[in-house]
Design a protein around this ligand. Structure first.
Ligand SMILES: Cc1cc2nc3c(=O)[nH]c(=O)nc-3n(C[C@H](O)[C@H](O)[C@H](O)COP(=O)(O)O)c2cc1C
Ligand SMILES: Nc1ncnc2c1ncn2[C@@H]1O[C@H](COP(=O)(O)OP(=O)(O)OP(=O)(O)O)[C@@H](O)[C@H]1O
Length: 311
């Protein structure tokens, strides 16, 4: 079990602490390399692996009217960090005071709250301190007199370009799920409960599970091949086709997209179930059809494509 605290003031490490620094939205392959570095140091020395991250995102301080839209909720980030062996997560509030700490003072400030701090783990693009002035060499310099080690991880790239949360948000908005999944190093997923629908899908011949899920950073609206299961241990994956959209054929003024899942085989999943949905591939953009028959015909084709893809 990881210990989760809301600020550096509340953090207490059990033994020598090895801390990874950054936002870690998505916990992508680059982030995983930084976290692994902290976890290895902790295992080697019998200490604890921690993450200092931020909630909300620092952009809420600098661009309050247009903050960064996150890939994941805090709960999902917690889960992914825990899964990788992190034992202490500090969700620091990114206040003006925190943002104003001079880069030369930053390690000292960390040490004052975390007396057992032994090492810091970052990517080589990491910036810190007032005005983001500090870089890796400044961090090494400021840490040396305090006997805090600095491990910097080379920027992990994919097809020659650095992996970043920003790049994943862009690929997601384009519906490039294969790329999203490659950059994340795991399959992009949604979590949410099944809520009642209008039961129109049943009369169309394609019953759907409507999932309550409103991510800040949205995938492109459209139809996807997915797999789904109850979010409980040992539940089995079922192949499905999903529509994430506004349903212009049957709705007029909807603004919030809905995630609807049609299982490819008979399913026992139903209203009230908590689901996990893994997004495999984009099939087509959502369309407004002239008639329900035209929509029905298209969904039958989507289903056939998904069956082939997921076989
Ligand atoms: C695979 C799939 C593809 C869909 N594609 C579209 C689409 O392109 N345009 C659209 O208006 N609705 C689309 N829908 C949504 C249907 O309109 C919706 O499932 C149906 O109206 C049932 O609504 P209900 O859940 O409220 O009963 C799609 C649904 C599924 C399952
Ligand atoms: N591709 C990468 N390879 C190695 N380390 C990385 C990579 N991307 C980020 N890091 C490191 O992971 C930590 C968290 O990164 P952070 O979330 O701040 O950046 P990011 O993924 O580039 O996000 P954004 O695109 O929103 O700036 C930082 O220490 C950062 O240096």
């Amino acid at each position: 079990m990881a210990v989760i605290v809301e600020s550096l003031e509340q953090a207490e490490a059990a033994g020598p602490l090895h801390l990874a620094l950054g936002m870690f939205d998505g916990v992508h392959l680059g982030h995983q390399a930084v976290i692994e570095s902290a976890v290895h140091s902790a295992r080697r020395t019998g200490g604890q692996a921690g993450v200092l991250t931020f909630d909300p995102h620092p952009s809420t301080l600098f661009r309050p009217s247009n903050p960064t839209r996150l890939l994941q909720t805090r709960g999902v980030k917690e889960h992914l960090l825990r899964e990788r062996g992190v034992e202490l997560i500090i969700f620091q509030r990114f206040t003006a005071e925190f943002a104003g700490v001079e880069s030369a003072q930053f390690p000292l400030m960390l040490r004052s709250h975390l007396p057992t701090l032994r090492s810091l783990h970052i990517g080589e693009n990491f910036r810190f301190g007032r005005g983001r002035q500090g870089n890796v060499s400044a961090l090494i310099e400021a840490c040396q007199p305090l006997n805090i080690g600095v491990f910097s991880v080379e920027r992990i790239k994919h097809n020659g370009e650095p992996i970043s949360s920003t790049r994943i948000r862009e690929s997601l908005a384009e519906g490039s799920l294969e790329e999203v999944n490659e950059l994340l190093g795991y399959t992009y997923f949604s979590l949410g409960p099944v809520i009642p629908g209008r039961q129109l899908g049943r009369t169309l011949g394609f019953p759907t599970l409507n999932v309550r899920w409103s991510p800040e950073s949205r995938p492109r609206l459209g139809v996807y091949a997915v797999r789904v299961r109850r979010d409980t241990p040992n539940s089995m994956w079922e192949n499905a086709v999903a529509n994430f959209g506004l349903r212009p054929t049957v709705e007029n003024a909807v603004v919030e997209p809905l995630l609807e899942i049609h299982a490819l085989c008979d399913t026992k999943l139903s209203t009230g179930d908590q689901l996990i949905i893994e997004w495999m591939q984009f099939l087509r953009p959502e369309q407004k059809f002239e008639s329900l028959d035209a929509l029905k015909e298209q969904i039958a084709q989507d289903k056939a494509v998904a069956i082939k893809l997921l076989a």
